[in-house]
Design a protein around this ligand. Structure first.
Ligand code: TXA
Ligand code: MG
Length: 316
Protein backbone atom coordinates (compact mmCIF):
# COMPACT_ATOMS: atom_id res chain seq x y z
CA UNK A 1 0.00 0.00 0.00
CA UNK A 2 1.21 3.47 -0.80
CA UNK A 3 2.55 5.59 2.01
CA UNK A 4 0.72 8.92 2.49
CA UNK A 5 2.54 12.01 3.74
CA UNK A 6 3.61 15.58 3.22
CA UNK A 7 7.34 14.94 2.81
CA UNK A 8 8.75 16.56 -0.36
CA UNK A 9 12.10 14.78 0.08
CA UNK A 10 10.35 11.43 0.09
CA UNK A 11 8.42 12.40 -3.02
CA UNK A 12 11.69 13.31 -4.75
CA UNK A 13 13.20 9.99 -3.67
CA UNK A 14 10.36 7.92 -5.12
CA UNK A 15 10.23 9.97 -8.34
CA UNK A 16 13.77 8.80 -9.19
CA UNK A 17 12.39 5.47 -10.37
CA UNK A 18 8.62 5.45 -9.92
CA UNK A 19 5.30 7.31 -10.16
CA UNK A 20 3.56 8.96 -7.18
CA UNK A 21 0.31 10.75 -6.36
CA UNK A 22 0.51 14.55 -6.09
CA UNK A 23 -2.03 17.16 -4.99
CA UNK A 24 -3.06 20.08 -7.15
CA UNK A 25 -5.79 22.69 -6.71
CA UNK A 26 -7.86 20.95 -9.44
CA UNK A 27 -7.58 17.19 -8.85
CA UNK A 28 -4.85 14.80 -7.69
CA UNK A 29 -2.33 13.77 -10.34
CA UNK A 30 -0.36 10.59 -11.00
CA UNK A 31 3.11 12.02 -11.60
CA UNK A 32 6.39 10.91 -13.15
CA UNK A 33 9.52 12.48 -14.63
CA UNK A 34 8.22 14.06 -17.84
CA UNK A 35 11.58 13.59 -19.59
CA UNK A 36 11.77 9.84 -18.91
CA UNK A 37 9.75 7.76 -21.37
CA UNK A 38 10.06 4.57 -19.32
CA UNK A 39 8.63 6.22 -16.20
CA UNK A 40 5.93 7.93 -18.25
CA UNK A 41 5.01 4.49 -19.64
CA UNK A 42 4.45 3.40 -16.06
CA UNK A 43 1.78 6.14 -15.64
CA UNK A 44 -0.21 4.63 -18.51
CA UNK A 45 0.18 1.15 -17.02
CA UNK A 46 -0.90 2.17 -13.50
CA UNK A 47 -3.95 4.04 -14.82
CA UNK A 48 -4.74 1.45 -17.44
CA UNK A 49 -4.85 4.36 -19.86
CA UNK A 50 -4.48 3.95 -23.63
CA UNK A 51 -1.23 5.49 -24.87
CA UNK A 52 -3.06 7.55 -27.50
CA UNK A 53 -4.46 9.80 -24.74
CA UNK A 54 -1.70 12.39 -24.07
CA UNK A 55 -0.58 13.75 -20.68
CA UNK A 56 -0.28 17.23 -19.15
CA UNK A 57 3.24 18.35 -18.17
CA UNK A 58 3.49 20.35 -14.93
CA UNK A 59 6.18 22.84 -14.03
CA UNK A 60 6.82 25.68 -11.56
CA UNK A 61 7.43 28.82 -13.63
CA UNK A 62 6.98 30.39 -17.04
CA UNK A 63 10.77 30.46 -17.40
CA UNK A 64 10.92 26.70 -16.86
CA UNK A 65 8.35 26.12 -19.64
CA UNK A 66 11.05 27.25 -22.05
CA UNK A 67 12.98 24.02 -21.43
CA UNK A 68 10.35 21.88 -23.14
CA UNK A 69 7.80 24.04 -25.04
CA UNK A 70 7.38 27.25 -27.04
CA UNK A 71 5.18 29.83 -25.33
CA UNK A 72 5.09 32.48 -28.05
CA UNK A 73 1.48 33.34 -28.95
CA UNK A 74 0.60 36.72 -27.37
CA UNK A 75 -2.85 35.58 -26.16
CA UNK A 76 -1.41 32.47 -24.52
CA UNK A 77 1.39 34.50 -22.92
CA UNK A 78 -1.27 36.84 -21.53
CA UNK A 79 -3.30 33.91 -20.16
CA UNK A 80 -0.18 32.32 -18.66
CA UNK A 81 0.81 35.57 -16.96
CA UNK A 82 -2.70 36.13 -15.63
CA UNK A 83 -3.77 32.64 -14.53
CA UNK A 84 -0.61 30.65 -13.71
CA UNK A 85 -0.19 29.13 -11.22
CA UNK A 86 -3.78 27.97 -11.66
CA UNK A 87 -6.38 25.71 -13.29
CA UNK A 88 -5.30 26.50 -16.87
CA UNK A 89 -3.59 24.13 -19.31
CA UNK A 90 -2.04 25.50 -22.52
CA UNK A 91 -1.38 23.44 -25.66
CA UNK A 92 2.06 24.57 -26.87
CA UNK A 93 4.44 23.39 -29.61
CA UNK A 94 6.74 20.88 -27.95
CA UNK A 95 10.53 20.76 -27.86
CA UNK A 96 12.57 17.57 -28.28
CA UNK A 97 13.09 17.19 -24.53
CA UNK A 98 9.51 15.86 -24.24
CA UNK A 99 9.23 12.20 -25.26
CA UNK A 100 6.64 11.37 -27.93
CA UNK A 101 4.82 9.13 -25.47
CA UNK A 102 3.87 12.17 -23.36
CA UNK A 103 2.04 13.81 -26.28
CA UNK A 104 0.94 10.55 -27.96
CA UNK A 105 2.99 11.65 -30.96
CA UNK A 106 1.20 15.02 -31.29
CA UNK A 107 3.34 18.09 -32.08
CA UNK A 108 1.93 20.02 -29.10
CA UNK A 109 2.40 19.42 -25.40
CA UNK A 110 -0.19 20.30 -22.74
CA UNK A 111 1.44 22.48 -20.03
CA UNK A 112 0.28 23.67 -16.63
CA UNK A 113 1.66 25.41 -13.54
CA UNK A 114 -0.49 24.10 -10.68
CA UNK A 115 -1.41 26.36 -7.74
CA UNK A 116 -0.69 24.06 -4.85
CA UNK A 117 2.08 25.04 -2.41
CA UNK A 118 3.24 21.47 -1.75
CA UNK A 119 3.45 20.52 -5.42
CA UNK A 120 5.03 23.84 -6.38
CA UNK A 121 7.59 23.18 -3.65
CA UNK A 122 8.21 19.75 -5.13
CA UNK A 123 8.51 21.05 -8.71
CA UNK A 124 10.93 23.74 -7.58
CA UNK A 125 13.23 21.04 -6.23
CA UNK A 126 13.19 18.79 -9.30
CA UNK A 127 15.46 19.08 -12.37
CA UNK A 128 12.57 17.92 -14.58
CA UNK A 129 8.84 18.69 -15.09
CA UNK A 130 6.16 16.20 -14.00
CA UNK A 131 3.91 14.49 -16.51
CA UNK A 132 0.66 13.83 -14.68
CA UNK A 133 -2.86 12.80 -15.64
CA UNK A 134 -5.58 12.71 -13.02
CA UNK A 135 -4.84 9.90 -10.54
CA UNK A 136 -7.87 7.71 -11.26
CA UNK A 137 -8.20 4.46 -13.20
CA UNK A 138 -8.90 5.37 -16.82
CA UNK A 139 -12.52 6.44 -17.37
CA UNK A 140 -13.41 6.87 -13.68
CA UNK A 141 -14.11 10.05 -11.70
CA UNK A 142 -11.00 12.14 -10.85
CA UNK A 143 -9.70 12.07 -7.24
CA UNK A 144 -9.99 15.17 -5.05
CA UNK A 145 -8.41 13.76 -1.87
CA UNK A 146 -5.33 11.62 -1.13
CA UNK A 147 -7.70 8.93 0.16
CA UNK A 148 -9.44 8.76 -3.25
CA UNK A 149 -6.02 8.02 -4.81
CA UNK A 150 -5.25 5.36 -2.19
CA UNK A 151 -8.67 3.74 -2.63
CA UNK A 152 -8.08 3.03 -6.30
CA UNK A 153 -4.35 3.07 -7.00
CA UNK A 154 -2.84 2.57 -3.54
CA UNK A 155 -1.50 -0.91 -4.29
CA UNK A 156 0.28 0.20 -7.47
CA UNK A 157 2.28 3.24 -6.30
CA UNK A 158 4.73 3.85 -3.43
CA UNK A 159 3.67 7.31 -2.25
CA UNK A 160 0.90 9.91 -2.25
CA UNK A 161 1.85 13.45 -1.35
CA UNK A 162 -1.12 14.61 0.75
CA UNK A 163 -2.11 18.22 0.13
CA UNK A 164 -5.60 18.00 1.61
CA UNK A 165 -8.85 18.23 -0.36
CA UNK A 166 -8.52 20.00 -3.73
CA UNK A 167 -9.70 23.60 -3.51
CA UNK A 168 -11.25 23.65 -7.01
CA UNK A 169 -12.22 20.02 -7.53
CA UNK A 170 -12.54 20.06 -11.34
CA UNK A 171 -9.77 19.46 -13.87
CA UNK A 172 -8.04 22.40 -15.55
CA UNK A 173 -9.47 24.30 -18.53
CA UNK A 174 -7.53 23.38 -21.70
CA UNK A 175 -6.74 26.18 -24.17
CA UNK A 176 -4.82 26.26 -27.47
CA UNK A 177 -4.48 28.06 -30.78
CA UNK A 178 -5.84 27.12 -34.22
CA UNK A 179 -5.46 29.48 -37.18
CA UNK A 180 -4.45 32.24 -34.79
CA UNK A 181 -7.75 31.81 -32.86
CA UNK A 182 -7.91 30.93 -29.17
CA UNK A 183 -9.76 27.64 -28.72
CA UNK A 184 -11.04 26.10 -25.47
CA UNK A 185 -10.91 22.29 -25.70
CA UNK A 186 -12.01 21.33 -22.21
CA UNK A 187 -14.19 23.25 -19.75
CA UNK A 188 -12.63 23.22 -16.30
CA UNK A 189 -11.62 25.09 -13.19
CA UNK A 190 -10.83 28.34 -15.00
CA UNK A 191 -14.10 29.93 -16.12
CA UNK A 192 -14.67 30.96 -19.74
CA UNK A 193 -15.88 34.33 -18.42
CA UNK A 194 -12.46 34.89 -16.78
CA UNK A 195 -10.61 33.95 -19.96
CA UNK A 196 -12.75 36.23 -22.13
CA UNK A 197 -12.37 39.12 -19.69
CA UNK A 198 -8.61 38.82 -20.27
CA UNK A 199 -8.18 38.16 -24.00
CA UNK A 200 -11.63 38.64 -25.55
CA UNK A 201 -13.95 36.15 -27.24
CA UNK A 202 -12.79 32.54 -27.53
CA UNK A 203 -14.13 29.59 -29.50
CA UNK A 204 -15.34 26.48 -27.68
CA UNK A 205 -14.42 23.16 -29.25
CA UNK A 206 -15.36 20.85 -26.47
CA UNK A 207 -14.34 17.30 -27.32
CA UNK A 208 -17.23 14.88 -27.28
CA UNK A 209 -14.58 12.30 -26.61
CA UNK A 210 -11.65 12.60 -24.27
CA UNK A 211 -9.10 11.86 -26.91
CA UNK A 212 -8.42 14.30 -29.73
CA UNK A 213 -6.62 11.80 -31.97
CA UNK A 214 -9.08 8.93 -31.95
CA UNK A 215 -12.59 10.32 -31.74
CA UNK A 216 -15.29 7.77 -31.06
CA UNK A 217 -13.23 5.51 -28.89
CA UNK A 218 -13.60 7.18 -25.52
CA UNK A 219 -17.30 7.71 -25.04
CA UNK A 220 -17.77 7.72 -21.35
CA UNK A 221 -15.40 9.64 -19.13
CA UNK A 222 -15.39 10.94 -15.58
CA UNK A 223 -18.03 8.30 -14.95
CA UNK A 224 -19.08 6.49 -11.79
CA UNK A 225 -19.79 2.75 -12.10
CA UNK A 226 -23.53 3.14 -11.57
CA UNK A 227 -25.82 4.48 -14.25
CA UNK A 228 -26.23 8.23 -13.86
CA UNK A 229 -29.05 10.44 -15.09
CA UNK A 230 -28.40 14.19 -15.23
CA UNK A 231 -30.85 16.95 -16.00
CA UNK A 232 -33.80 18.80 -14.49
CA UNK A 233 -34.30 17.28 -11.07
CA UNK A 234 -38.10 17.38 -10.83
CA UNK A 235 -38.56 15.50 -14.09
CA UNK A 236 -35.82 12.95 -13.30
CA UNK A 237 -37.22 12.36 -9.83
CA UNK A 238 -40.69 11.60 -11.18
CA UNK A 239 -39.22 9.26 -13.79
CA UNK A 240 -36.90 7.35 -11.42
CA UNK A 241 -38.44 7.67 -7.95
CA UNK A 242 -39.54 4.02 -7.87
CA UNK A 243 -35.92 2.90 -8.41
CA UNK A 244 -34.83 4.68 -5.18
CA UNK A 245 -31.95 6.57 -6.81
CA UNK A 246 -29.12 8.33 -5.02
CA UNK A 247 -29.76 12.02 -5.66
CA UNK A 248 -27.10 14.71 -6.03
CA UNK A 249 -29.00 17.95 -5.52
CA UNK A 250 -27.67 21.39 -6.40
CA UNK A 251 -29.09 23.55 -3.63
CA UNK A 252 -32.07 21.91 -1.93
CA UNK A 253 -32.65 18.37 -0.76
CA UNK A 254 -35.90 16.59 -1.57
CA UNK A 255 -38.37 16.58 1.30
CA UNK A 256 -39.83 13.22 2.25
CA UNK A 257 -36.95 11.39 0.61
CA UNK A 258 -34.38 9.43 2.70
CA UNK A 259 -31.48 11.62 3.80
CA UNK A 260 -29.00 8.76 3.30
CA UNK A 261 -29.92 8.72 -0.39
CA UNK A 262 -29.17 12.35 -1.17
CA UNK A 263 -26.55 15.08 -0.90
CA UNK A 264 -26.55 18.81 -1.60
CA UNK A 265 -23.70 20.37 -3.62
CA UNK A 266 -24.12 23.88 -2.14
CA UNK A 267 -26.86 25.02 0.21
CA UNK A 268 -26.17 28.65 -0.73
CA UNK A 269 -26.19 27.91 -4.46
CA UNK A 270 -22.49 28.74 -4.77
CA UNK A 271 -21.12 27.24 -8.01
CA UNK A 272 -17.50 27.08 -6.77
CA UNK A 273 -18.56 25.21 -3.67
CA UNK A 274 -20.69 22.87 -5.76
CA UNK A 275 -17.68 22.13 -8.00
CA UNK A 276 -15.45 21.20 -5.06
CA UNK A 277 -18.01 18.60 -3.93
CA UNK A 278 -18.97 17.06 -7.27
CA UNK A 279 -16.40 14.28 -7.64
CA UNK A 280 -16.42 13.18 -4.00
CA UNK A 281 -20.24 13.06 -4.08
CA UNK A 282 -20.17 10.94 -7.24
CA UNK A 283 -17.91 8.51 -5.37
CA UNK A 284 -20.24 8.46 -2.35
CA UNK A 285 -23.21 7.88 -4.64
CA UNK A 286 -21.32 4.99 -6.23
CA UNK A 287 -20.65 3.46 -2.79
CA UNK A 288 -24.27 3.87 -1.61
CA UNK A 289 -26.85 1.09 -1.65
CA UNK A 290 -28.77 2.81 -4.47
CA UNK A 291 -28.52 1.19 -7.89
CA UNK A 292 -28.75 4.38 -9.97
CA UNK A 293 -27.74 8.03 -9.53
CA UNK A 294 -29.77 11.14 -10.37
CA UNK A 295 -27.86 14.44 -10.59
CA UNK A 296 -29.34 17.90 -10.88
CA UNK A 297 -27.71 20.11 -13.52
CA UNK A 298 -26.44 23.55 -12.46
CA UNK A 299 -27.08 26.95 -14.04
CA UNK A 300 -25.03 27.10 -17.26
CA UNK A 301 -22.71 29.91 -16.07
CA UNK A 302 -19.23 30.08 -14.50
CA UNK A 303 -18.13 26.75 -13.04
CA UNK A 304 -21.70 25.50 -13.55
CA UNK A 305 -20.78 24.91 -17.20
CA UNK A 306 -17.82 22.69 -16.32
CA UNK A 307 -19.84 20.78 -13.71
CA UNK A 308 -22.64 20.20 -16.25
CA UNK A 309 -20.05 19.05 -18.81
CA UNK A 310 -18.78 16.39 -16.37
CA UNK A 311 -22.35 15.32 -15.55
CA UNK A 312 -23.19 14.97 -19.25
CA UNK A 313 -20.12 12.80 -19.81
CA UNK A 314 -20.85 10.73 -16.71
CA UNK A 315 -24.40 10.09 -17.90
CA UNK A 316 -23.42 8.50 -21.20
O1 TXA B 1 -6.38 19.65 -13.73
C1 TXA B 1 -5.82 18.89 -14.50
O2 TXA B 1 -5.68 19.16 -15.70
C2 TXA B 1 -5.31 17.55 -13.94
C3 TXA B 1 -4.20 17.86 -12.93
C4 TXA B 1 -3.54 16.61 -12.41
O3 TXA B 1 -3.27 18.74 -13.51
N1 TXA B 1 -4.84 16.71 -14.99
C5 TXA B 1 -5.70 16.11 -15.85
O4 TXA B 1 -5.06 15.25 -16.75
O5 TXA B 1 -6.90 16.26 -15.86
P1 TXA B 1 -5.83 14.21 -17.64
O6 TXA B 1 -4.77 13.41 -18.29
O7 TXA B 1 -6.79 13.45 -16.80
O8 TXA B 1 -6.56 15.06 -18.72
C6 TXA B 1 -5.79 15.77 -19.66
C7 TXA B 1 -6.50 15.91 -20.96
C8 TXA B 1 -6.61 14.57 -21.69
O9 TXA B 1 -7.96 14.24 -21.88
C9 TXA B 1 -5.91 14.78 -23.00
O10 TXA B 1 -6.69 14.32 -24.07
C10 TXA B 1 -5.68 16.28 -23.08
O11 TXA B 1 -5.70 16.76 -21.78
N2 TXA B 1 -4.36 16.52 -23.66
C11 TXA B 1 -3.17 16.30 -23.07
N3 TXA B 1 -2.14 16.55 -23.90
C12 TXA B 1 -2.70 16.96 -25.05
C13 TXA B 1 -2.17 17.35 -26.31
N4 TXA B 1 -0.86 17.37 -26.53
N5 TXA B 1 -3.03 17.70 -27.29
C14 TXA B 1 -4.37 17.67 -27.05
N6 TXA B 1 -4.94 17.30 -25.89
C15 TXA B 1 -4.13 16.94 -24.90
MG1 MG C 1 -8.40 12.47 -16.30
Amino acid sequence: MAEVGTDIQKAIHFLADNVIGIPTETVYGLAANGYDAALVARIFAVKNRPTFDPLIVHTHSITAVDEFAFLTHPSLIKLAQTFWPGPLTLLLPKKDSIPELVTSGLPQVAVRIPAHPLTLGLLNNLPFPLAAPSANPFGYVSPTTAQHVIDQLGSKIPYVLDGGPCSIGLESTIVGIENNQVIVYRLGGLQIEQIEATIGKVTLKIQQHANPTAPGMLDSHYAPSKKLFAGVKAALFVAHKSEHPFIINFQHSIEDYPTELQLVLSRTGNLEEAATHLFSFLRLADQSKASIIVAEMLPEIGLGRAVNDRLRRASR
